[in-house]
Design a protein around this ligand. Structure first.
Ligand SMILES: Cc1cc2nc3c(=O)[nH]c(=O)nc-3n(C[C@H](O)[C@H](O)[C@H](O)COP(=O)(O)O)c2cc1C
Length: 176
């Protein structure tokens, strides 16, 4: 006779306490910070995002997870092309601004130094360690976010003396 019983059926976590614990766990995962950009009908859209990662080398693919309620979501899905700006540590104010819910859409980049990407025309922030221009290949619905996968069309590696902007435990930080 086995002394080991049948393990209980795993139950998904989902209470408010579980969500709070999940947030605390994720906050321990240190990340870089990006601003993702796109444009629809001549209007620039931009949003701070750290749920960004590389996916594949052949072909070159990256992904960003975008909250479906964020105004950036429908814009990036409609545009089909987007930029990723890997921020340097001087970009903290821009990152804070572009994470502010409900900020005015029109003119949101007026005080954020940027240029237009040569391949797609989307805005690329000057305070970047690297920029990518991408074309969407897949959009996967995943809970309250969409996973937007894109093929990399262009890469810029500006010379920068700065280190990366980082995010850890709910706060901006940098390498010591
Ligand atoms: C450091 C940091 C990282 C963020 N990462 C993401 C992300 O990966 N995906 C996302 O959808 N929102 C992310 N956000 C939140 C969005 O920036 C924010 O919800 C959005 O700018 C709200 O804009 P809206 O009012 O136009 O919807 C992040 C915020 C911060 C401060």
């Amino acid at each position: 006779m086995s002394l080991v019983g049948t393990p209980p059926e795993p139950q998904p976590l989902g209470s408010d306490a579980d969500v709070a614990r999940f947030r605390r766990a994720m906050a321990r995962y240190a990340s870089g910070v990006t601003v993702v950009t796109t444009a629809v009908a001549g209007v620039d859209h931009a949003m701070t995002a750290n749920a960004f990662t590389s996916v594949s080398l052949e072909p070159l693919l990256v992904l960003v997870c975008v909250e479906r309620e964020a105004r950036f979501h429908d814009a990036v899905v409609e545009a089909g092309v987007w930029g990723v700006c890997v921020l340097d540590e001087s970009a903290r104010p821009s990152s804070q601004w572009l994470a502010t819910r409900g900020r005015p859409l029109h003119g949101q980049l007026d005080r954020v130094p940027h240029r237009k990407g040569p391949m797609t025309g989307v805005a690329l922030l000057e305070q970047s360690l690297a920029t990518l221009e991408c074309r969407t290949t897949d959009v996967h619905v995943a809970g309250d976010h969409s996973i937007v996968v894109g093929e990399v069309l262009a890469i810029e590696l500006p010379d920068s003396p700065s280190g990366p902007l980082l995010y850890h435990r709910g706060a901006y930080t940098h390498l010591r």
